[in-house]
Design a protein around this ligand. Structure first.
Ligand code: GCB
Length: 658
């Protein structure tokens, strides 16, 4: 199985945890052949013996840590190394303790060695992976153990997200071997070890996985569970479901079973109830016979008892209509890039609460488990998105991409399946779903997602023309992004209401599914003013929001079930970052509307894409000023006027629904 074990490492009475955060030794492989690290086997000896090293913080993106512009835009292999001393007691009972090395995420491709022995490789950022390193570390107890991690951020048409490497061969313009990475997603491709690296232990026979789903039957909360054990077939289990305050409310012994709670305290979203995010704790105890010995393991998972249902016009949580009033985020901040940072996490949750936001989408990739834990605990509802972003080319919809996409969904669901905060999976953002191969592609990805997790609805976020979206028939909820008066009819605030109304009616009449306005917004450079409102001023951002809200207020009484602003905070993009995706789809829509009745239209799509001049796609779109400024907070988390507008609105919406 790819990726990490399903249970996130925790300190328990039977498990130890050692965090390996801090400064690691680091080198980017800038050699001409780009793979000297492998050719010269840098993992065999301490890294400083094969060349110069610098200190690099973990977790963090490496890009913004130094003053070196070539490291900021580096594409290829970077090498990290750390020596760690593991606690002596991990070896006292050698061979009774299992030692596991786990990486919370590394972007994009990673290979890991311990004491020079390769232990795991993993494709894909944003998700954890791990390796059992017991035999290696137990071979030399008490000696420092050397962990080497090589990370490569090169994207291909078959990675998620996809990208292409373009060699620029005109030697009158570019040095020999010059290349750039092109991507069609709108955030900087930060790279490095982004989330904590830990070493943890379990007994040799251990609880491998616990799956929990919940249901309500009258006044009974039903907690269905399944426990899988590895390392022994002779074992017994004891399960206690406890209230937050400690009282046991149900017990079990079987590996698969149902626990019943009379008059349960339900998990409610933030602002829908005075105790949002109520959690029970399912403590699982294992006693397993291993040869002559007894192995004991304990693991506790938080459980939120709640249900999710989708009708043709509503999203129900615990049977009550839920309206998403929230944000789209990014994992992004000064200096650390996409690296996990507790101060930033705490600040962001405080801002979400201040705003009265009850939800967010993990645009455009799975967020850190540490963030997800807080969503569970605070009752922040999450649309959990996989890194299927920037899928704009036909080759992103072939079998190789599909096979990887399915694995990514498996890894994501394995990680987040027990989280009450996660109410829906999003399998992609703004794919070119008008291309014919998107039909089978999304049919397959969505069916696979539902087969692994039949309890949650599935969506993807579209900016395609409603009439030609080949993926929309398979989703449970329609999520639409639109930027009226920004990318279309730029500067014309007066067209927003008409166009937004038409957008909603078109989608609803075609699919009869509830709709979320999954993105809308405008860039505002903090401190830039203009009245009458002109684009990029704070006033214009506010004006766009207000025009959208007028229509949302009408449509939320019908079938619109949510609004997520783009974006929570300003974030970094590529310097040549573009709105290519928007321009591209706008042009396709234009072509399509003129030949709408043409038979066999869909087979023309690739030709239409090819017909869009490359200049229109890539060169005319220098629209980013030190990143995307559609945040309602700055990158440093200071509010722009739009934040106050949303704050007033979200608290009002919350009061109406509670
Ligand atoms: C979108 C994308 C998002 C961009 C945003 C923008 O449609 O989904 O990733 O950042 O538009 O600001 O262009």
């Amino acid at each position: 199985r790819a990726g990490a074990g399903p249970l996130c490492p925790r300190d328990t009475p039977s498990r130890d945890l050692k965090e390996l955060g801090g400064l690691w030794r680091f080198r980017a492989d800038t050699s001409e052949r780009r793979d000297s690290g492998f050719a010269q086997r840098w993992y065999r000896r301490p890294l400083e013996q094969s060349g110069p090293v610098i200190d690099m913080p973990v977790p963090a993106s490496f890009n913004d840590i130094t003053q070196d512009p070539s490291l900021r835009r580096f594409i290829g292999w970077v090498w990290y190394e750390k020596e760690v001393l593991l606690p002596k007691h991990w070896f006292q009972d050698a061979f009774k303790t299992r030692v596991v090395l786990r990486v919370g995420s590394a972007h994009y491709y990673a290979v890991v060695w311990v004491n020079g022995v390769q232990v795991v490789e993993h494709e894909g950022g944003h998700l954890p992976f791990e390796a059992d390193i017991s035999t290696i570390v137990q071979a030399s107890p008490g000696d420092p153990c050397r962990i080497t991690i090589a990370v490569n951020n090169t994207l291909s048409p078959y990675t998620l997200p996809p990208g292409t490497i373009q060699y620029l061969k005109d030697e009158s313009k570019y040095p020999k071997g010059y290349f750039v990475q092109n991507t069609k997603f709108d955030f900087f491709n930060y790279a490095g070890i982004h989330r904590p690296v830990v070493v943890y232990t379990t007994p040799i026979a251990y609880i491998d996985d616990i799956t929990v789903t919940t249901a309500l039957s009258g006044n009974i909360g039903v907690v269905r569970y399944e426990v899988s054990v590895i390392g022994s077939s002779q074992y017994s289990l004891s399960l206690n479901l406890r209230e937050k305050e400690g009282k046991v409310v149900a017990t079990g012994q079987a590996a698969v079973g149902e626990l019943k709670v009379v008059d349960p305290k339900l998990w409610w979203p933030y602002l829908m109830h005075e105790n949002p995010g109520y959690l029970y704790y399912l403590e699982v105890r294992l006693s397993a016979q291993v040869d002559e010995d007894l192995a004991e393991d304990v693991y506790t998972v938080p459980v939120g008892i709640r249900t999710v249902h989708v009708t043709s016009s509503q999203f129900l949580i615990n049977g009550k209509p839920f309206y998403f009033h929230g944000v789209n985020k990014h994992e992004d901040a000064d200096i650390r890039g996409k690296g996990l940072d507790w101060s930033l996490i705490a600040k962001d949750f405080n801002l979400l609460k201040w705003l009265g936001a009850n939800s967010f989408r993990t645009s455009h990739y799975p967020y850190a488990e540490e963030i997800m834990d807080l969503c569970d605990a605070y009752g922040i509802v999450v649309i959990d998105e996989c890194p299927g972003v920037g899928m704009r080319d036909i080759e992103n919809f072939g079998n190789q991409s599909l096979a990887h996409h399915l694995v990514v969904m498996e890894e994501l669901i394995r990680r987040d399946k027990n989280r009450p905060s996660v109410v829906m999976w999003s399998v992609a953002n703004e794919p070119a779903s008008e291309l014919p191969p998107a039909a089978n592609y999304f049919k397959t990805v969505i069916a696979h997602t539902k087969a692994i997790d039949p309890t949650r609805p599935v969506t993807f976020v579209s900016n395609a023309n409603y009439a030609h979206d080949h993926g929309a028939p398979y989703v449970d909820v329609i999520c639409v992004n639109s930027y009226f008066s920004w990318y279309h009819d730029s500067g014309h605030l007066e067209v927003i209401q008409l166009q937004l109304n038409t957008q909603f009616e078109n989608w609803y009449e075609t699919y009869h599914k509830p709709i979320i306005q999954s993105e809308y917004g405008a860039d505002a450079v903090s401190g830039l003013h203009s009245d009458p409102p002109l684009m990029f001023s704070e006033e214009y951002q506010v004006a766009v929001l207000k025009q959208y809200h007028a229509v949302l207020d009408r449509k939320r009484k019908e079938y619109v079930i949510g609004e997520l602003i783009w974006n929570f905070a300003d974030f970094m993009t590529d310097q040549e970052s573009l709105t290519a995706l928007n321009i591209l789809s706008a042009e396709i829509q234009l072509c399509m509307s003129s030949i709408c009745d043409y038979p066999g239209l869909s087979s023309l799509c690739p030709a239409l894409i090819a017909a869009v001049p490359s200049t229109a796609r890539w060169n005319n779109a220098v629209t980013r000023v030190l990143g995307n400024k559609k945040g309602i907070f700055t990158r440093q988390r200071q509010p722009k006027p739009a934040a106050f507008v949303l704050r007033e609105r979200y608290w009002k919406l919350a009061n109406e629904s509670s």
